[in-house]
Design a protein around this ligand. Structure first.
Ligand code: SAM
Length: 173
């Protein structure tokens, strides 16, 4: 981690696959695990192949209870686990984590924490894959409405952009 004051937070960064620059000094990368896992991966025609995944956050954090003061960051990128069902040895579960039985409460708390640590007018980018849980079910757990987003298409992955309202305005009507 650099000495630079972080401007952005990724509270569940996993192996940072979505970041073009995985070592940006102005981004704080968190996750609730730190591990290197080698798993069987038969995708991409790799019959019997393996892949190694390194999850090395700057800080161990729980997105339901972030250890930062209110209004700390200009940008938060929230990409929580999206699977409730996955095999014990699943590569997807190793890569993306897994939701627990209380996933609604966990994601509701995650959204609330992401907005709490954002500066007023700050941006929250939310990523969701709806192969198991519909995006609309998850967006209902957020305290504000997204401004706009990319809603899936064939690949089931949604990107949503929120702006933290100033004062008590929730953006909900
Ligand atoms: C969908 S993956 C993130 C993938 C990441 N955006 C990337 O580009 O590689 C979700 C991550 O959330 C982490 N996670 C699960 N529960 C968490 C929690 N309560 N607090 C912080 N991280 C959590 C998992 O360990 C997993 O690495």
């Amino acid at each position: 981690m650099s000495d630079q004051i972080p401007l952005a937070l990724d509270p569940c960064c996993g192996s940072r696959m979505m970041w073009f620059d995985k070592e940006r000094p102005d981004v704080l990368f968190g996750d609730n695990r730190a591990e290197t896992i080698t798993v069987t991966d038969r995708s991409h025609g790799q019959e019997g192949g393996t892949r190694t995944l390194r999850i090395a956050p700057d800080v161990r954090t729980d997105f339901r209870d972030l250890p930062y003061p209110d209004e700390s960051f200009y940008l938060v990128a929230f990409d929580p686990p999206h699977l409730v069902r996955a095999g014990r040895k699943s590569w997807l579960a190793a890569k993306y984590g897994r939701l627990g039985a209380d996933w609604r409460d966990d994601l509701r708390a995650g959204f609330a924490e992401c907005f709490r640590v954002l500066k007023p007018n700050g941006t929250l980018v939310f990523k969701w894959n709806e192969t198991q849980i519909k995006a609309r079910e998850v967006l209902a757990l957020a305290p504000h409405r997204p401004l706009f987003g990319h809603t899936g298409g064939k690949r089931d992955t949604h990107w949503m952009v929120f702006m933290k309202p100033e004062g008590g305005n929730t953006g909900m009507t």
